[in-house]
Design a protein around this ligand. Structure first.
Ligand SMILES: Nc1ncnc2c1ncn2[C@@H]1O[C@H](COP(=O)(O)OP(=O)(O)OP(=O)(O)O)[C@@H](O)[C@H]1O
Ligand SMILES: [Mg+2]
Length: 253
């Protein structure tokens, strides 16, 4: 069974069909790319997959379960986590608290225990901190644990967003332009990190990206969107040499 199965997804904003008859199948463990020109509808696909928008038509199945119309928090519990094209961190909170906030749903103690710091409180807090630190270490961010998120360089903030998304234990991780604003060194390091988390956490990744070096370097399969519709789909190499794709997207950039 595919991990993600999307059939005939459509959403209309006024007169604009931002995503139209969109189909996508992603197998477990795949590293899959979603590419296409500005305004093609890529981020809108993420917003549909995560319940930010409700589709006008279509079905989204995760691990065989129909999740169409579920709310964003439900979908996160179902197993989809994402990062945003415009970074959304708790800017005024230390790096570690950004990750701890995302762990919240998995650790529990009573109000009484939290008010008086008794019972499970200390052990739970300790376990959360350790888990957050081990996630930060994967992204080489553990040394910045106490730094305000807004004081991290841009490339590190992007990595922190991924660490925070990983804290919710997703089956499917959606990355919206993770390399945007990164220099070539940061991008190369990010490519390694993305492959590492796919293998280490045994997850599936769908990523939107304009950096063709990154896309061709790590994505096994691609879907190209153009004006809200699928222009091409399949193995990365074949898709990138498809004359229609070159004409509509690659030729121009
Ligand atoms: N909430 C909305 N209301 C109206 N139009 C919208 C809304 N969200 C997206 N759109 C429109 O849908 C189209 C697709 O936008 P989207 O952000 O998905 O593109 P994109 O492929 O992510 O582009 P980029 O590469 O620039 O990020 C655009 O024309 C956009 O203006
Ligand atoms: Mg976008």
């Amino acid at each position: 069974m595919a991990l993600l199965e999307v059939n005939n997804l459509c959403i209309q904003f006024g007169g604009l069909r931002a995503v139209d008859d969109f189909n996508l199948t992603i197998e477990k463990g795949e590293l899959y790319g979603l590419i296409g020109p500005n305004g093609a509808g890529k981020t809108t696909v993420f917003n549909l997959l995560t319940g930010v928008y409700r589709p006008n038509e279509g079905i989204i199945r995760l691990d065989g379960e129909d999740i169409t119309g579920h709310r964003t928090t439900e979908i996160n519990r179902d197993g989809i986590a994402r990062t945003f094209q415009n970074i959304r961190l708790f800017a005024d909170m230390p790096v570690i608290d950004n990750v701890r906030a995302a762990l919240g749903g998995q650790y529990h103690y009573s109000l009484f225990e939290s008010l008086f710091h008794v019972g499970k409180y200390k052990a739970t807090e300790q376990a959360m901190t350790e888990r957050a630190m081990s996630l930060l270490a994967v992204f080489h961010l553990d040394q910045y644990a106490e730094v305000m998120a807004s004081n991290l360089p841009y490339g590190q903030q992007r990595k922190l967003e991924i660490a925070r998304a990983m804290a919710t234990n997703p089956k499917l991780l959606l990355l919206d332009e993770p390399a945007a604003g990164m220099n070539p060194n940061e991008t190369a390091e990010l490519m390694d990190t993305i492959e590492l988390i796919r293998d280490k956490f045994d997850i599936t990744i769908l990523l939107i990206e304009h950096d063709m070096k990154l896309v061709s370097g790590i994505c096994e399969k691609l879907t190209v969107l153009n004006f809200g519709r699928v222009l091409a789909q399949g193995e990365t190499k074949a898709v990138l040499s498809d004359p229609e794709v070159v004409k509509a997207y690659l030729g121009e950039s």
